[in-house]
Design a protein around this ligand. Structure first.
Ligand code: GLY
Ligand code: MN
Ligand code: MN
Length: 433
C-alpha cells in the first residue's frame, strides 16, 4: 500500500533543510536498453523515490521554497491510452496530485517551459548533475540565460547545491515505516537463505542455488534481488563479487552466498557460508570460527554513541589475530595491523549503510559516523585465502564471509538477521537430513 503520509512527512523535512529562496529539481533515472527494444526492469532514482514513492521514468520533481510558499510540483508522463495498452498504467497529471500529493503537476512534454518559468526566480538551485545529460543541458542553459538577463545582483540563480547531500543525511535515519520494510525484506531473505542452505547438495550448479533465492524472493513479493546474487563455491568464494554462479558445487567445497531481496524498494544484504556436504572440515571450521567471532564481537559493540571506526578496528584485530593463529601471517600483531598486512586476506570494509540502496547513502561515511538510533548497516567481516604456494595447503582457496543487517535502537541494537543460522552446529543441524 502506498503510504502518502510518510512521503509527505519526508518532503516536509526536505523543505525545512532547503535554503530560503531556493528550488530543488530531482530527475528520474533514465531507462536503459538490455537488447534492441527490450529494456531492463526500471528502477527509480532512490532520492526521487524517497521523497515521492513515484516509480515511473521520465519524471521530474520540483520543490520551490520562497517567502510566500513551499510548493511541490511533479512533471510526469501524461496518460496515454495507446502507450498504456502496450506498456502499463501511468498515474498521469491527475494521479500526481490525487495519489502522490503534488500541489501542481505538468506533462513532461512541457518540462522546459515549466522550468524556464520557475528556475530564474530562485537564488539557489538544488540539482544533481550527471544523472541525465539532457537535464544537465536544460538546467545549466537556463541558469546561464537567467544570469545574463538579471538586472541586479542577488537575483536569479547563482549557487548549485547537490540535493543528494541533504537527502542522504535524512535517509541515514530510518523511520518506523522504513524499519518495518527493512524487517520484511530481511525476513524474506532469511527464508531464502535457510532454504538454500537446506537444499544444497554436492553436484548442484551454483546457479541452482541462486534459483532458490530468486524463487523465494519472488514468491514473497520481493520482485528482484537488491543486487546481483553472489553464489561462489570452492575457490570462487574468495572472489568478493563473484556473480558468474556457473560452476558445479563439489563435495568438500564451502559455498559463500551473498544474496538479498529488494522489497518495496528496501534492500536486505545477507551472506552465509556453509559446507556443500553439510559438514565443515577442521580447516574450514578454524577459518569460519575466526570470522564468526569477529562478527559476533562487532555486533555486540553496536549501540548509540559508538564510533563505527572502533568496531571496524575491533574486526581487524580479531581477524589479524586469527591470521597469525592460522600461520597466514607472522610477526607482531600491532605491526601487522599498522602495516595493513591483513589486507591480503581481508580487503574490504566491515560494513555499509543499508536502505533503499544496498550500499545506501554512500556520500556519508559510515566509518566516520557515531551510531544513532535509526541507523541501519551491515556487519560483514570475511577471510579470503588465495591458493598461493606460501599458504598451508589445507587453508588454500577457503573463502568465508558472514553478513548481518543491524538496526541501532535507543538502548542498543537489533540484529535484523539474527534468526538465520550461523553458528557451526546450527548450520550443520539445518543441513542434516
Ligand atoms: N552484497 C554486496 C555487499 O555485501 O556489500
Ligand atoms: Mn552482501
Ligand atoms: Mn554488504
Amino acid at each position: 500500500m502506498y503510504n502518502g503520509m510518510e512521503f509527505a512527512e519526508r518532503r516536509k523535512r526536505f523543505f525545512s533543510h532547503m535554503e530560503s529562496n531556493s528550488i530543488a529539481i530531482l530527475t528520474s533515472n533514465d531507462t536503459s536498453t538490455m537488447s534492441n527494444d527490450v529494456e531492463y526492469y526500471y528502477r527509480q532514482n532512490s532520492d526521487l523515490y524517497y521523497l515521492s514513492g513515484f516509480k515511473e521514468p521520465k519524471t521530474v520533481l520540483i520543490f520551490e521554497k520562497n517567502d510566500k510558499e513551499q510548493k511541490f510540483t511533479m512533471v510526469v508522463p501524461p496518460r496515454d491510452p495507446e502507450f498504456e495498452t502496450w506498456n502499463g498504467r501511468r498515474a498521469g497529471l491527475e494521479g500526481a496530485i490525487s495519489i502522490y500529493g503534488a500541489d501542481e503537476s505538468f506533462s513532461n512534454e512541457d518540462l522546459e517551459e515549466v522550468l524556464s518559468e520557475k528556475l530564474p526566480n530562485y537564488e539557489t538551485v538544488y540539482y544533481e548533475t550527471e544523472r541525465s545529460k539532457k537535464m544537465d543541458g536544460i538546467i545549466l542553459g537556463l541558469i546561464a540565460k537567467a544570469y545574463k538577463a538579471k538586472r541586479k545582483p542577488k537575483t536569479g540563480p547563482h549557487t548549485i547545491i547537490n540535493p543528494t547531500l541533504v537527502i542522504e543525511k535524512m535517509r541515514t535515519k530510518k523511520s518506523a515505516y522504513e524499519i518495518e520494510l527493512l524487517k520484511r525484506t530481511n525476513q524474506i531473505s532469511i527464508e531464502a537463505h535457510r532454504a538454500a542452505i537446506r537444499e544444497t547438495r554436492p553436484g548442484m550448479m551454483e546457479y541452482e542455488i541462486e534459483a532458490i533465492y530468486q524463487y523465494h524472493f519472488l514468491k514473497n513479493g520481493a520482485r528482484r534481488p537488491a543486487y546481483t546474487s553472489i553464489v561462489g563455491s570452492g575457490v570462487n568464494a574468495t572472489i568478493l563479487h563473484y556473480i558468474e554462479n556457473s560452476d558445479r558445487v563439489e563435495n568438500g567445497d564451502l559455498i559463500l552466498a551473498d544474496c538479498g531481496s529488494e522489497y518495496q524498494y528496501y534492500a536486505a544484504d545477507i551472506t552465509r557460508t556453509w559446507p556443500a556436504n553439510g559438514k565443515f572440515t577442521e580447516a574450514q571450521k578454524e577459518v569460519y570460527q575466526i570470522v564468526l567471532d569477529a562478527q559476533n564481537e562487532c555486533i555486540a559493540m553496536c549501540r548509540p554513541g559508538v564510533k563505527f571506526s572502533d568496531i571496524m578496528d575491533k574486526s581487524i584485530r580479531i581477524l589479524t589475530e586469527g591470521m597469525v593463529k592460522l600461520g597466514l601471517l607472522q610477526g607482531d600483531l600491532d605491526e601487522l595491523i599498522e602495516n595493513k598486512d591483513y589486507r591480503r586476506f581481508f580487503m574490504h570494509g566491515l560494513g555499509h549503510w543499508l536502505g533503499i540502496d544496498t550500499h545506501d547513502t554512500s556520500r556519508i561515511s559510515l566509518k566516520e559516523s557515531v551510531l544513532e538510533p535509526g541507523h541501519v548497516f551491515t556487519i560483514e567481516p570475511g577471510l579470503y585465502i588465495p591458493t598461493d604456494d606460501d599458504i598451508e595447503e589445507k587453508y588454500r582457496g577457503i573463502g568465508v564471509r558472514i553478513e548481518d543487517n543491524i538496526l541501532i535502537t535507543e538502548d542498543g541494537h537489533e540484529n535484523l538477521t539474527a534468526s538465520l543460522e550461523k553458528e557451526i552446529p546450527d548450520i550443520e543441524k539445518l543441513m542434516s537430513p
